[in-house]
Design a protein around this ligand. Structure first.
Ligand SMILES: [Ca+2]
Ligand SMILES: [Ca+2]
Length: 306
């Protein structure tokens, strides 16, 4: 009598969970360590099939030659047939999995109680669905004109049914206030991008006479099969802490990051001034004629600065 039992191949299917803290003072970013433990465990089983295998070898038959990642959990067991004269016992079957790097074809090996291989079968586990994004809202405070680094994982949480190695990058950023206008401290630029496109820096400031600043950051996340999804998150600088929260006043400008030559690429995100920039050096007109700092007056039409 067959003993009805099954043996599971435990497979960690990637749920890439990108969560991280940023340096915002009241960011609602979830706890990264808690999120990192959220993974879904899938199982594949092997069971003895009725009848004997043709020939003198054991035969393993996969429940399907191809399956989408999200359907792996619903797969039926691998069917195992023993050669004529041999008894298949569910209780003896062991299943192991071999994943070739760069391939979605998984080889499943069924072994007997002694560990000797009985047979193998393959399943092509395909990923045709892009990751799913959950976007976050990030708050910056105080509006002291400092840059804050925002990583892709601060901006979005990406989950993919198949893939634990997702690639994410920023593709654009925008602001609902001009770079330099009334009551904003006159610092510029306000948006920068790291060399690997995985961190954007935005300046924590807003115009005094307005209703708070809202940056938006565009991201693209791609899984190893090339399935891509785009999303955006908001970075908000409230006007004050007396109840005037940052309101989206509509996009005033946008910086795209498609090419290294785009505005915003390569802008240093560190060393932002805490105080307004120093006044320009005195010009010749500020010096008394013939005084120690006086330079000869330029000749109209002469060579300009090089
Ligand atoms: Ca500015
Ligand atoms: Ca606004």
């Amino acid at each position: 009598m067959d003993r009805k039992s099954s043996f599971k191949v435990l497979e960690w299917v990637g749920l890439a969970l990108w969560l991280g803290a940023c340096n915002a003072s009241h960011s609602p970013s979830p706890n990264p360590s808690a999120a990192a433990s959220e993974r879904r465990m899938l199982a594949l089983t092997a069971e003895c099939a009725a009848g004997s295998a043709a020939g003198g070898s054991w035969v393993c038959t996969a429940p399907s030659s191809t399956v989408a990642c999200e359907d792996v959990a619903d797969l039926q067991p691998i069917r195992v047939q023993a050669p004529a004269g041999t008894t298949c016992d569910n209780g003896d079957l062991r299943v192991t999995e071999d994943v070739q790097a760069g391939s979605s074809v998984r080889t499943f090996t069924v072994s007997g109680e002694s560990g000797a291989t009985l047979c193998r079968t393959t399943i092509d586990i395909v990923d045709e669905a892009p990751p799913v994004l959950q976007t976050h809202t990030i708050g910056l405070w105080p509006p002291n004109h400092k840059f804050h680094d925002i990583a892709v994982e601060d901006c979005v949480t990406a989950v993919d049914a198949c893939d634990g190695k997702l690639r994410g990058e920023f593709i654009w950023a925008s602001s609902d206030e001009p770079i330099d206008d009334i009551g904003d401290g006159h610092h510029s630029p306000d948006i920068g991008l790291s060399a690997n496109h995985r961190t954007v820096c935005v300046r924590s400031e807003r115009q005094g006479p307005k209703d708070g600043r809202v940056y938006k950051l565009g991201v693209r996340v791609v899984d190893r099969s090339g399935n891509a999804v785009e999303g955006e998150c908001a970075v908000i600088v409230d006007h004050d802490k007396r109840g005037v929260v940052g309101a989206d006043s509509g996009e005033k400008y946008r910086v795209t990051f498609a090419n290294d030559s785009d505005a915003g690429f390569g802008v240093a995100c560190t060393g932002a001034p805490d105080e307004p920039p120093p006044p320009p050096p005195p010009t010749d007109e500020d010096q008394p004629d013939g005084g120690p700092g006086d330079e000869p007056d330029p000749v109209d039409g002469g060579p300009g600065p090089t």
